[in-house]
Design a protein around this ligand. Structure first.
Ligand SMILES: Nc1nc2c(c(=O)[nH]1)N[C@H]1C(S)=C(S)[C@@H](COP(=O)(O)OP(=O)(O)OC[C@H]3O[C@@H](n4cnc5c(=O)[nH]c(N)nc54)[C@H](O)[C@@H]3O)O[C@H]1N2
Ligand SMILES: Nc1nc2c(c(=O)[nH]1)N[C@H]1C(S)=C(S)[C@@H](COP(=O)(O)OP(=O)(O)OC[C@H]3O[C@@H](n4cnc5c(=O)[nH]c(N)nc54)[C@H](O)[C@@H]3O)O[C@H]1N2
Ligand SMILES: [Mo]
Length: 687
């Protein structure tokens, strides 16, 4: 049995935020209170470092604003007035209401809505999936992060992952493609540096001159959404100049001839205006990429938040096939390791899909506002159970999300550590544990180490973990199936028992003692050196029959690049926030300052705007106020705002998602969040 805070003074754990790094940490506990939390120096990947946010994790844990007991709404929705209630009262009321809704409208009228607010194995998804599955509640399509990237890559190479990111040290030509490593994937940066130290060239492809772009040898500041066109132009040069690894293509790819005719239209001079780069620069990039082996592409998610997001990833994935980079150690493509980590664990035993009611409808998380406001949706969403997510800030079309949440006939329960912008609309807010208060396994999506997060302290106040919440709800609903009450440890042990060779010798006991272990990937692991792509044909599909069967373009293309009037607004992650998280903490707010919008000097000049001036930003969906930063960080025609709730000059928390819309991606179920167009004008008092 675990006795948090009693058996150990120093407890190993791992960060549970939705970030590729999943840092190992150690917590020192004195008389039941955590007094120090620091990076675990023994963790081979994160090497004792944390980040600008998690360095202050204990402030978050013991923050005076933490929700520590269940609360019931007493004021109007959105106002955030609550009173304390007991767990018994809450559970009884939720169970009663859900039962009535199921009787009257069917279980699909209940929508469980969760994201990766905590991204460990069982706290993210386990008992909740079993419970809502057996009840037959609406399913949620979670594709706002990573789903489109994976869907795009899969059509070409069959997987959404690639090589072990650690192998980047063997690369000679590295392209950080639409990822801001220094901000979002900090612990990968030393590996990039090590490769540079060994002679690798570092290229960043990003419409924004990010910190990462500034640190690169070469920054290609292209137009947003034009990456597939750039990749096709590179292929044009490779084909024309005979820089294709023809042997690799002949053995391990299908559709090369069709691709050759497709790329004819993509001469660098023909796409230069579309991509926003001089033809000569594209030529040089293509040649260096193809001839410097091993070459590695490293995208994360920047490209997927465009309406042609899946196509961008599909086109990118063709490059290492043509160059044959997969042959070499450190060559190919390295994206999320999510599929590798979750693929070796026994996830079926955790989520138990066999008990889920078949054929239930699935709603896309991106469409939350639209679905809540849709009077024709049958059955309507009558109850929402939101956990590990803050959709008011994180989903597009914020105005409609708020409008939906304001519905008087909607019963909303939010389980979180804080009263988030979403929780302001809840009928009940339930207290959630922090990562040092619950048990979990932490598979990383940025490396191949698996960590065991041991609780260091008892849950604060009356807070409960996600797994405990759903066990309690199952009991309140009168369920008796034993698998709805399985313990955390039992589920984790089962997940580790898949028998996958990469887990051989990785036992519960070993993780308990060592804290983290690297999956047993072979030493020199080159997944596609000899083909073996897990596609329908078993080869890299430059031509995709599966796409053709869906009525989509079977060949890579530029895709539908967004156009609109005004400035294209893209948004991104910030150093001091974790998505919307940490926004309520004074320190982090101060560091990020007032909500800014970055404009190129030409665009600012044309509108008569000065650096530091207060501006009003207007889109199709709404309008907000920001502080104008005039900077060459963005290219002309492009504006940038941070993602996450930042305050405007009036002290009102604002989110860039007031300006975005659902805009479905080509495939993969995501959202063209970065395809918003806005106009920026001086902020006048009358507005
Ligand atoms: N500090 C911090 N770290 C985080 C997070 C956080 O909030 N804060 N969030 C975590 C999460 S959930 C995720 S998914 C990861 C995301 O990690 P990243 O993918 O690295 O993050 P983003 O900021 O979404 O986008 C990356 C870059 O894509 C660029 N971009 C936008 N459009 C395009 C385009 O059309 N083409 C190209 N080439 N580039 C484009 C943006 O300018 C941005 O610099 O970060 C994680 N890490
Ligand atoms: N405009 C724009 N929108 C974006 C993005 C962008 O770049 N631009 N990025 C997108 C991306 S990549 C992502 S991943 C999404 C993120 O979208 P969300 O996942 O909705 O974002 P978070 O703000 O991280 O919300 C997670 C919530 O989980 C809570 N939480 C943490 N731990 C626990 C726990 O153990 N239990 C429970 N119940 N709750 C917990 C946190 O306090 C927080 O409120 O946003 C997307 N939206
Ligand atoms: Mo994400």
């Amino acid at each position: 049995m675990i006795e948090p805070g009693k058996t150990d003074r120093t407890i190993r754990g791992a960060c549970g935020h939705d970030c590729p790094d999943t840092c190992g940490w150690v917590v020192e506990v004195e008389r039941g209170r955590a007094i120090r939390l620091a990076g675990d120096p023994a963790h081979p990947f994160t090497r004792g470092g944390l980040c600008a946010k998690v360095n202050h994790y204990l402030e978050r844990v013991y923050h005076p604003d933490r929700v520590l007991h269940p609360m019931r709404r007493v004021g109007p929705k959105g106002e955030g007035r609550f009173e304390r209630v007991t767990w018994d009262e809450v559970l009884l009321d939720i169970a009663g209401r859900w039962t009535r809704i199921i009787e009257e409208s069917g279980a699909e009228a209940i929508l469980p809505y969760s994201s990766a607010g905590v991204q460990g194995l069982i706290q993210m998804a386990s008992i909740d999936r079993r419970l809502f599955g057996v009840l037959g509640c609406s399913a949620l399509q979670r594709a706002i992060c990573g789903g489109v990237a994976a869907a795009g890559l899969k059509t070409t190479i069959g997987v959404g992952s690639g090589i072990d990111p650690e192998d980047i040290v063997h690369s000679r030509f590295i392209v950080l493609w639409g990822t801001n490593t220094i901000v979002t994937n900090l612990h990968f940066w030393p590996y990039v540096r090590e490769a540079q130290g060994r002679g690798a060239k570092l290229v960043v492809v990003d419409p924004v001159r990010t910190r990462t772009a500034e640190a690169a040898d070469w920054h290609l500041q292209l137009k947003p959404g034009s990456d597939a066109a750039l990749a096709l132009a590179m292929m044009h040069v490779m084909v024309r100049d005979r820089l294709v690894d023809e042997d690799y293509v002949a053995r391990y790819a299908v559709g090369y001839d069709a691709l050759v005719s497709r790329v004819r239209d993509y001469a660098p001079s023909a796409v230069s205006a579309l991509v926003g780069l001089p033809a000569g620069e594209i030529e040089r990039f293509a040649r260096e990429y193809a001839t410097t082996q091993p070459s590695l592409l490293r995208p994360l998610i920047g490209l997927e938040h465009h309406r042609n997001g899946a196509m961008q990833f599909r086109a990118l994935a063709c490059l290492p096939v043509l160059s044959g980079a997969w042959r070499h150690r450190g060559g190919g493509l390295a994206r999320s390791t999510h599929a590798l980590q979750f693929g070796v664990l026994d996830m079926k035993s955790v989520e138990m899909p066999e008990v889920h009611k078949p054929g239930v409808r699935s709603l896309n998380m991106r469409d939350l506002g639209r679905d809540l406001c849709d009077s024709k949706l049958s059955p309507p969403v009558r109850a929402l159970m939101i956990y590990g997510a803050n959709p008011v800030v994180s989903m597009p079309n914020q105005r409609e999300v708020r409008e939906g949440l304001r519905r008087e006939d909607l019963f909303t329960v939010v389980h979180d550590l804080f009263v988030t912008d979403t929780a302001l609309y809840a009928d009940y807010v339930l207290p959630a544990t922090s990562q040092i208060e619950h048990l979990d396994l932490s598979p990383a999506w940025g490396h191949l180490y698996l960590a065991l997060n041991r609780p260091a302290i008892e849950p604060l106040g009356e807070s409960v973990s996600n797994t405990e919440l759903f066990r309690r709800l199952a009991a309140a609903l009168g369920r008796t199936e034993p698998w709805l009450f399985e313990s955390d440890e039992s589920m984790l042990r089962a997940a580790l028992s898949s028998g996958h060779p990469w887990l051989e010798g990785i036992t519960w006991e070993r993780l308990w003692n060592e804290g983290h272990v690297r999956l047993n990937r072979p030493d020199d692991w080159r997944p596609f050196a000899n083909g073996g792509f897990p596609t329908p044909s078993g080869k890299a599909e430059l031509f995709s029959a599966a796409l053709e069967a869906q009525g989509l373009d079977p060949l890579p293309a530029s895709g539908a690049i967004a156009t609109g009037s005004g400035l294209q607004l893209i948004s991104g992650k910030t150093l001091h926030f974790m998505n919307s998280g940490y926004g309520h903490m004074e320190r982090h707010r101060r560091r990020e300052g007032l909500l800014p919008i970055d404009l190129h000097p030409e665009d600012a000049g044309r509108r008569g705007l000065k650096n530091g001036e207060r501006v009003s930003v207007r889109g199709d969906r709404g309008q907000l106020k920001a502080v104008c930063r005039v900077t060459e960080r963005v290219r002309p025609g492009v504006a940038w705002m941070p993602y996450g709730g930042l305050h405007d000059a009036a002290g009102i928390r604002q989110s860039v998602n007031l300006l975005t819309s659902e805009e479905p991606t080509d495939w993969g179920g995501g959202s063209g969040l970065y395809d918003a167009f806005v106009e920026v004008a001086p902020d006048t008092k009358s507005e």
